[in-house]
Write a protein that binds this ligand. Structure first.
Ligand code: ACM
Length: 679
C-alpha cells in the first residue's frame, strides 16, 4: 500500500461502543466488519457497471442502477463497479455481501441478488456521504432476516405514490419488509372484487381526521359523497406497489384484521356480526359460517395480489363481548368443545391458518393469537412487551419483535410541546436504537426463533404524508440498524451522527424527517437525580389508594428515590393511581425541620390522565394527629396538551411524618406522579 501512513486501524473485532471504529463509514446500518484505508475511489460522472449474474438478476439490477445513476452504462465486464453473483462468499445469509475497493474499481459479490442490492446500498451511501468508496474491504450480512416497518393506512389513508416513495427510502437502509395495516374501523383500504361495499362505503368517512371521526359518531359515507374522506388501493395499485417493492427487495405484507377492529366491515356487511346491526360490533361472529366464507374470499384475492410468504391476520384486541350471548357462537363453542371465548378466537385463527396454509402461505398475528391456543404454524408479532415473543419462541414458533416501548413510532420522539399532537408516550431515537430484539432472558435455542424486528406507525394522530414521514424518519433508521447490525458494532453517539447525515439526505430528496439536529431531549428534570430529605425513607400507601400494578414504577420506594420521570407516563418512573387517588405517609424517622413539600403531576387527556382536583399536605410527629399545611383546590381543564404541574407547600415546620393526599376529579381517570420532594 502506497500510503501506509494513512492506513487507519479499522479492524473489526473491536467490540463495544466505538466512535472511532465506526467513524470511517458514514452509512446506515453499520456493516458487521470492514478494513478500510482513508483513500477514496471516486465514481466517474458517467459510471460503468458490469453485472455477472443470471439474466433476470442482470435485468433487475440494471434497471435499478439506471434509476439511481441515470448517466450510468452497463458493460459486459469490469467497469467502475462490478456486481457478481458468487458462491464463494463467507456469509450464511443470502442477504450478505462483500465489497472490495482499490484503484481499479469496486467489486461487490454475494450469493444472491438481494446481497448485491445491499452492496449497492452500501456503495450508494458511501458515494453520497463520503464522496467516494473507501479503499479496502467490507464483509457484511444482517443479524435478522426480517427488518420491517408497519404503516397504518386505515386511520388515515396514504396513497400509492406515498407508499412507493417510502419504499425507496426503506430499501436504502436495508429494511426488507413493509407491513400494510390495510383494514381497521377507520377505513377498509384494498379493493376486493367480491365485496364492493368495502370500498364503495367502508373506505370513506365524513371527517378528514381520525380524531374528528372518532369523536363524532364514527360514521361511514358513500364513495363520491361531497364530504367523503378516505380512499383505497385498487388491485392495480397493489400490483404496482408490490412489483416496485420486489425490485427493491422489500416484501409487502398485507394485514387483514380479524376477528376484531372490524367495525367498517360489519357496518357494510352487518350480517357478519353477532347482532346483524350496523355500527354496533367490532368483532366478527365466529359462529356464523358466512364469516368464514367472507374471510376466505377476501384472503383468496389478497393472496393472489401479494406474493409474500406471510399474510398478517391481525388478531389483536378482540372485545369478544357479543360472543357469550350469541346463539351461533355458543353453538360453535359447544360443538367444538371450546371452553371460553379465547378458545373461540383461537378456533377462528386456526381455521384461517389452515386456509392460508392450503394456499402455500403462512400467517402472522399480533401476540393475542397466543390466547386460547396458538395455531400450529403461526408466527407471532410481539407488541404488548416481549412476553408474547418469548412464549412463541418457547413453543417453537417464530417471533417478530415490535414491543410498544421501543418500536411504536407513533409516540412523541421529542418534547411533546415542540411537536404536533401524538398518541402519547416518549420514544426518542436513542431509545429505539437501544432495543435488542433478543431479550436477555432468552436462551440461545430460544433466540433462534427471533425472526426479526419491526417499527410500527399507527396513524390515529398522523393525518398527513409530511407528518407520517416525520414520525418515520429517522427512527426507522434506528430499527434498520437494530435489525441488521450486531450489538458489538452498534454505538449510539456514532449512529446519531450518521442519522444527522441521513436526515439531510432525506430532506434533499423531498422527505420530511424530524429535525434531529434541533432535538430538545427529555424532560429536563428527568436528566439528573435530586437530593432531598425523604430519599430512601419509608412510604406507606393507604389501602384505599393503591398504585396500579401496571404503573407501579419502582413500587413502594419510587416516590422517594430522587428520580423524576420523563415525558412519558409509561417510562417506569411515573407511578399511576386509578382508584382512590393518592394517600401516602412518608416517615422521616425523626422530627425534622421542613421548608417545602412538593410533587409533580402530569396531564394528558387522551389516555385519561388528569391533574388532581385537590391536594392536601399535612404534617405530624406521631402519625396520629396531623396538622394541615395546605389544601390546594385545582380546576381540571381538559385540553390536547401534555402538561406538568407541581402541587406543593412552602413554609416552616418541624415534623417526622408527612402525609400527601391527591384527589382525582369527579370524572375519575388516572393520577400520575413521580416523586414527593421534601426539603
Ligand atoms: C396493536 O397495537 N393493537 C397491535
Amino acid at each position: 500500500m502506497k500510503n501506509n501512513i494513512f492506513l487507519l486501524a479499522l479492524i473489526l473485532l473491536i467490540t463495544g461502543c466505538s466512535q472511532e471504529r465506526n467513524s470511517a463509514l458514514n452509512i446506515i446500518p453499520m456493516p458487521q466488519s470492514y478494513q478500510l484505508q482513508n483513500k477514496l475511489y471516486k465514481l466517474a460522472p458517467s459510471p460503468t457497471f458490469s453485472i455477472i449474474a443470471d439474466e433476470a438478476t442482470k435485468s433487475n439490477l440494471a434497471e435499478y442502477i439506471k434509476s439511481v445513476y441515470p448517466a450510468a452504462s452497463i458493460v459486459e465486464n469490469g467497469g467502475n463497479i462490478s456486481l457478481q453473483i458468487s458462491d464463494a462468499t463467507e456469509q450464511t445469509s443470502p442477504e450478505g455481501y462483500i465489497v472490495t475497493t482499490n484503484e481499479d474499481g469496486i467489486i461487490a459479490s454475494s450469493s444472491s441478488e438481494a446481497g448485491l442490492f445491499y452492496a449497492l446500498q452500501t456503495i450508494n451511501q458511501c458515494i453520497v456521504n463520503e464522496g467516494g468508496m473507501p479503499y479496502g474491504r467490507i464483509v457484511d450480512e444482517p443479524r435478522f432476516a426480517y427488518r420491517g416497518m408497519m404503516l397504518d393506512v386505515s386511520r388515515h389513508f396514504f396513497d400509492k405514490d406515498f407508499v412507493i416513495k417510502q419504499i425507496d427510502a426503506l430499501a436504502r437502509y436495508k429494511i426488507n419488509r413493509l407491513h400494510l395495516h390495510l383494514t381497521d374501523a377507520a377505513g377498509w383500504r384494498i379493493e376486493i372484487k367480491k365485496y364492493p361495499r368495502l370500498t364503495q362505503f367502508a373506505a370513506w368517512r365524513g371527517a378528514a381526521t381520525w380524531k374528528e371521526w372518532w369523536n363524532n359518531g364514527r360514521e361511514y359515507v358513500e364513495e363520491g359523497s361531497a364530504n367523503a374522506h378516505g380512499g383505497y388501493y385498487t388491485q392495480d395499485d397493489i400490483r404496482e406497489i408490490v412489483a416496485y417493492a420486489q425490485k427493491r427487495h422489500i416484501t409487502i405484507i398485507p394485514e387483514i384484521e380479524m376477528p376484531a377492529h372490524s367495525e367498517e366491515v360489519l357496518t357494510a356487511y352487518p350480517e357478519l356480526s353477532c347482532t346483524h346491526e350496523p355500527y354496533k360490533q367490532a368483532d366478527f361472529c365466529v359462529g356464523n359460517e358466512k364469516t368464514f366464507e367472507f374471510l376466505e374470499n377476501v384472503l383468496s384475492e389478497v393472496i393472489e395480489l401479494f406474493p409474500s410468504e406471510y399474510i398478517h391476520i391481525g388478531g389483536d384486541e378482540a372485545e369478544k363481548k357479543s360472543w357469550p350471548t350469541c346463539p351461533l357462537c355458543q353453538k360453535r363453542m359447544k360443538e367444538e368443545g371450546l371452553k371460553d371465548v379465547d378458545e373461540l378466537q383461537s378456533y377462528l385463527i386456526q381455521r384461517i391458518e389452515k386456509f392460508v396454509n392450503s394456499k402455500g402461505r403462512q400467517i402472522i398475528g399480533w401476540d393475542e393469537i397466543l390466547d386460547g391456543g396458538l395455531a400450529p404454524n403461526a408466527t407471532v408479532m410481539s407488541w404488548r412487551g416481549t412476553e408474547g415473543g418469548l412464549a412463541a419462541a418457547k413453543a417453537g414458533h417464530k417471533a417478530i419483535m415490535s414491543p410498544g416501548t421501543f418500536c411504536y413510532l407513533d409516540q412523541y420522539q421529542d418534547a411533546p410541546h415542540t411537536l404536533p399532537e401524538a398518541i402519547g408516550g416518549y420514544l426518542p431515537l436513542k431509545k429505539v436504537y437501544s432495543y435488542d430484539p433478543i431479550p436477555q432472558e432468552f436462551s440461545e435455542e430460544e433466540a433462534k426463533f427471533i425472526h426479526g424486528v419491526q417499527g410500527n406507525i399507527w396513524a390515529e394522530y398522523i393525518p398527513t404524508p409530511e407528518h407520517m414521514e416525520m414520525m418515520a424518519y429517522p427512527r426507522i433508521l434506528a430499527i434498520a440498524e437494530v435489525g441488521w447490525s450486531n450489538p458489538e458494532v452498534k454505538c449510539y453517539d456514532n449512529f446519531r451522527n450518521r442519522a444527522l447525515t441521513a436526515v439531510e439526505y432525506l430532506k434533499e430528496k423531498g422527505y420530511n424527517p424530524f429535525d434531529l439536529v434541533n432535538e430538545t431531549g427529555n424532560r429536563p428534570e428527568a436528566e439528573y437525580p435530586v437530593e432531598h430529605l425523604a430519599i430512601g425513607k419509608k412510604v406507606t400507601y393507604s389501602e384505599d389508594a393503591p398504585y396500579h400494578d401496571g404503573y407501579a414504577a419502582g413500587k413502594d420506594t419510587t416516590l422517594v428515590d430522587g428520580i423524576f420521570g420523563g415525558w412519558n407516563n409509561n417510562d417506569g418512573i411515573w407511578q399511576g393511581f386509578i382508584k382512590g387517588g393518592i394517600d401516602v405517609v412518608i416517615d422521616l424517622e425523626k422530627e425534622t425541620p421542613i421548608t417545602s413539600v412538593s410533587a409533580a403531576f402530569m396531564q394528558i387527556c387522551n389516555p385519561w390522565i388528569f391533574m388532581p382536583c385537590e391536594v392536601t399536605i399535612s404534617a405530624s410527629n406521631d402519625n396520629k394527629e396531623y396538622k394541615e399545611l395546605t389544601k390546594i383546590v385545582h380546576e381540571v381543564v381538559k385540553d390536547d396538551a401534555l402538561t406538568f404541574k407541581h402541587f406543593g407547600w412552602e413554609g416552616e415546620t418541624q415534623a417526622r411524618y408527612i402525609r400527601y393526599q391527591a384527589k382525582s376529579s369527579s370524572e375519575g381517570g388516572w393520577l400520575f406522579t413521580d416523586e414527593i420532594v421534601i426539603k
